[in-house]
Design a protein around this ligand. Structure first.
Ligand code: FSX
Ligand code: SF4
Length: 365
């Protein structure tokens, strides 16, 4: 009722969140309970440093649940400069009080000016000072966006301010939800994971939640069968583009980018970059932008599934092995990668799943 959702929509939201977390459907009641416990809403301090505010814009476009639902019902957003009503001395006092009490989630967007700290100041303090203050008593530090996670556009050559991501700037352990901007649909499951298990999720070596970022764009891309069969777009405006062939030769960075974009989609699940007809630009990866600064430059030597250990490339496959068999190999590899990724509920043994609860029944129709 608080979220102005009927039960079916609410349970659907919980089911979608369970799938995103890699949990089986039997976890839905626990997820519903975690979201319903208003009294235990974790306090959140959200601070912005060197960035374009695209991350907050993206968060503000969250549809299901809406930004208002998240801010008013799921978390307790105690400080966010762009959307809070308080300002000046009152806002600074609220901030100090929440930090003093500890146990909050620190959400950070934007890079930290390490080389020239004075390049980024808020209320008389540098971003370096503020981020140290902010993270000292935090229960968890969530970096939203590639800038907070890895430095992003501010850290691009020649990086005049010596900008760095939060972990590199102060050595703090961070949970990174990268992207330029990040997908709001990736932020909520990360917070729900914390509410559900009272700990941060397992992370990859770049600090990203494994349940979201373990696979690459290329592993789940709807154009993957074209890649495996050697069918590529080589020119925009061509027949191949109309046929929605693979964008590898137009510079798609999907084979080297870890993200569930093809599954999560964007803008209330309407589309995503490759579906729109442009290759992935790799915005979820460390060292974005320098690493992928030419968006239309083809990646070299992308391995072909089913040919492990064989020195090959998409160029080679495209010119010499365009067979239906190869498409089959590729599809098999994708489906194999997708199998066995759902974590069972502790009460689920090897036998049939537990009886459905009232909550889980509500979403099936
Ligand atoms: Fe960076 Fe976010 Fe790109 Fe912009 O806050 S990830 S420049 S979308 O706004 O930090
Ligand atoms: Fe999709 Fe890009 Fe991989 Fe082609 S190269 S299959 S467009 S992710």
């Amino acid at each position: 009722m608080r979220m102005d959702m009927n039960r079916r929509d609410f349970i659907r939201l919980c089911g979608g969140t369970a799938a995103m977390l890699g949990l089986s459907y039997s976890w839905v009641p626990e997820i519903a309970q975690a979201l319903e416990q208003a009294a235990k809403r974790p306090p959140v301090i959200w601070m912005s440093f060197m960035e374009c505010t695209g991350c907050l814009e993206s968060f503000a476009k969250s549809v299901n649940p809406s930004t208002a639902d998240i801010v008013l019902d799921i978390i307790s957003l105690n400080y966010q400069e762009n959307i809070m009503a308080a300002a000046g001395t009152q806002a600074e006092a609220d901030l100090k009080k929440t930090i003093g009490q500890g146990g909050y989630i620190a959400v950070i967007e934007g890079a930290i000016a390490v080389g020239i700290p004075e390049a980024m100041m808020v209320a008389g303090k540098t971003s370096l000072e503020l981020v140290k203050e902010l993270t000292q008593n935090a229960a968890a530090t969530l970096c939203v966006g590639t800038c907070a996670a890895y430095g992003g556009v501010q850290a691009m050559r020649p990086n005049p301010t010596g900008a760095k991501g939060v972990k590199d700037a102060i050595g703090a352990k961070t949970v990174n939800v990268p992207g330029c901007p990040p997908n709001p649909a990736h932020m909520l499951p990360t917070i729900v994971h914390y509410l559900l298990f009272n700990k941060i999720p397992d992370l990859d070596s770049d600090g990203r939640p494994l349940f979201l970022y373990e696979q690459k764009i290329h592993d789940n891309c709807e154009r993957r069968a074209h890649f495996d069969a050697g069918r590529y777009v080589t020119q925009f405006g061509s027949k191949e583009e109309t046929l929605q062939y693979c964008l590898y030769k137009m510079g798609c960075k999907g084979p080297e980018t870890h993200s569930p974009c093809p599954k999560t989609l964007w803008n209330n699940k309407q589309s995503w970059c490759v579906k729109c007809g442009n290759g992935c630009i790799g915005c979820m990866e460390p060292n974005f932008w320098d690493r992928f600064e030419d968006f239309y430059q083809q990646l070299p030597n992308v391995p072909i599934p089913g040919f492990v250990g064989v020195e090959t490339s998409a160029d080679w496959i495209g010119s010499t092995l365009v067979t239906a068999t190869m498409a089959g190999v590729g599809i098999h590899a994708v489906t194999t990668a997708a199998k066995g990724r759902f974590k069972k509920h502790p009460e689920e043994g090897e036998g049939p799943p537990p009886a459905k609860t009232e909550a889980s029944q509500g979403s099936e129709d």
